[in-house]
Each structure stands twice: as C-alpha cells, then as structure tokens.
Design a protein. Structure first.
Lengths: 232, 75
C-alpha cells in the first residue's frame, strides 16, 4: 500500500506490518504477563520475569553496575530480534516474512548500537575511550600499525553484527525454500525424504533464531563494556 | 574466460572458507566436552560462552556465503 507522508515513502509493506505485529506481540506478552502481580508468579508472569532477569543478568555480568541505564535499550533489542526471527518461521500463509532477513533492517540495528556505544564511550570515559585502540604492552615500533588495525576492526563491528544476523536468517529461509522445492519435485514417492529434512531444519532454525538474538544482544553488552571500561 | 564462468568458479572457491569454520566449531565443542568431562559442575556455567563462540564462528561461514552471493549475483 503506497503512502507518502511529507515526501518520505511511508508505504505499508509486509515488513512494516510485521514490525508492528512484533511490537504488539512483545507488549502484550509483557503487560499481560505482569497483570496480576502475584508474589509467587504464575506461568505467564514467570516467563515475563524470566526474560527480564535474563537480560538484566547479562548486562550485570558483562558491563557492571553502571549499565542499568541501558537495560531498556538492550531488552528492546533482544525482544525485537527474538520475535522478528521467530515470527519469520511462523506459518502466516502468504504474508509470512522475516523482518531480520533484510540487511537494511539488521544494519540499522547494528548502526544504532555502534553510534550508541561510541557516544557512550566518549560520555562515560572521556578521552580514555581512545585507549581502546591502544592495547597495553605493545612495542612502540608496532604501535601506529596496530592502532590502524584496531580502529578498522572497531568500525567493522556493526557490519559483522548485521551480516551475522542477516546471513543466518536469509540462509536458513533459503535452505527451507530450496528443500521445499525438492519436495514438490520428487512428488509423492520420494518427497518424504526432503520433507523429513525440512522438519529437522525448521527445528534447527528455531534454535538458530533464539541463538542469534542472544548473540546479538550479548555482543552489544560486550561492546558496551568496552565503552565503560576501555583498554584491553 | 567469460564473466559468467569466472563468477561460478569464484563462488565455488569461496566455499573453501568453510574448512576453517568446520575446524573452529569442532574446536569449540571439543574443548567444551573435554573441559566438562573434567569438571562437570562448571559445565552449565560456561555453556553460554560455548554458544557465543559457536555463533561467532558460524558467522564467519556465513560471511563466506555472503561473499559467494556477492560474486554470483552482484558483479
């Protein structure tokens, strides 16, 4: 559906509908879970609290006490990526779509993480943040060379974050589609073999969906740790 | 050599990277199994790092896939 708001193309696409669905889903999950605030949590409340605790512990372990301010961002990141990956595997008929299998979506997320971490680094640690690029105990002769390498590897971080998520999602779905075409091609007689493989592959994809969300988030925490405690 | 043939050969060569990925993933889980057989109590605590290491190594394999796709479809 084409829509132009102020000259910007704000069309309602498959991707945007699914992103809205993700936000609604996560909101309902969390708010619905916490509606009866029992001391001994029921199942739904338990799940909502578990997800909170998971990210809070991750931030605490990897960054330290000063990271409380980043909890909303990291939690949102984790829940968004997790739901996006899982919704891509859900059978929504013709409208099924994986939001994170487009490099622009994952690159936007990774770019936000990079700019956020860099700005945080300068705000929290000041110029000591640049010590990140100067590992200690290095002979002076190698130093300029090493600084360039360190800066390059820092700038590659958003690319590696985004490509990891994008490639995992895209490769998984591509393999599913390829094997699905094998099922059709082999017909009734031989079609059960690729079908069994697709079943196993979907199980693996579910695991990978959760794992990639976890890895994106924990790498964000590690990069945040670099902002708070620079220097190797 | 025409561009189409070169593209196919290039994409095939890009899969050599998967050898390194295979070694890396085997290394991670081998170390985890060896370590957890020596110290079973510490195994669940370090499992998070195992998954992180696995995902990072798998990412390298996927970078190779991305390069193969780039060679095949973009150039």
């Amino acid at each position: 559906m084409d829509l132009k708001i102020g000259g910007i193309d704000a069309s309602i696409t498959n991707s945007s509908v699914l992103m809205v669905a993700i936000v609604v889903l996560v909101t309902v999950f969390l708010i619905g879970g916490m509606r009866k605030r029992a001391m001994v949590p029921g199942r739904w409340q338990s799940m909502a609290e578990l997800s909170y605790e998971f990210i809070a512990d991750m931030l605490q372990d990897n960054v330290g006490p000063g990271a409380r301010r980043f909890f909303p961002f990291v939690f949102t990141l984790f829940m968004f990526i997790l739901s996006a990956n899982l919704l891509g595997l859900a059978p929504l008929g013709h409208y099924s779509f994986t939001v994170t299998s487009h490099i622009i979506v994952t690159f936007a997320l990774a770019a936000v993480v990079l700019t956020g971490v860099t700005i945080t680094g300068f705000v929290v640690s000041g110029t000591k943040f640049l010590r990140l690029f100067m590992p200690s105990g290095v002979p002076i002769a190698l130093l300029p060379f090493l600084i360039v390498i360190e800066i390059l590897s820092y700038l590659v971080r958003p690319f590696s974050l985004s490509i990891r998520l994008f490639a995992n999602m895209m490769a998984g779905h591509t393999m599913l589609k390829v094997f699905a075409s094998f099922v059709i091609a082999l017909g009734i007689i031989g079609g059960w073999a690729p079908f069994a493989f697709i079943v196993a592959l979907t199980g693996l994809e579910l695991g990978i969906a959760v794992l990639q969300a976890y890895v994106f988030t924990i790498l964000t925490c590690i990069y945040l740790n670099d902002a708070f405690h620079p220097g190797h | 050599m025409e561009a189409e043939a070169a593209k196919l050969i290039g994409a095939g060569l890009a899969t050599i990277a998967l050898a390194g990925v295979g070694v890396g993933i085997g290394n991670i889980f081998g170390a985890y199994i060896a370590g957890s057989l020596r110290n079973p109590a510490a195994a669940p605590k370090v499992f998070g790092n195992v998954l992180l290491g696995f995902a990072l190594t798998e990412a390298i394999g996927l970078f190779a896939l991305v390069i193969a796709m780039l060679i095949l479809f973009v150039f």
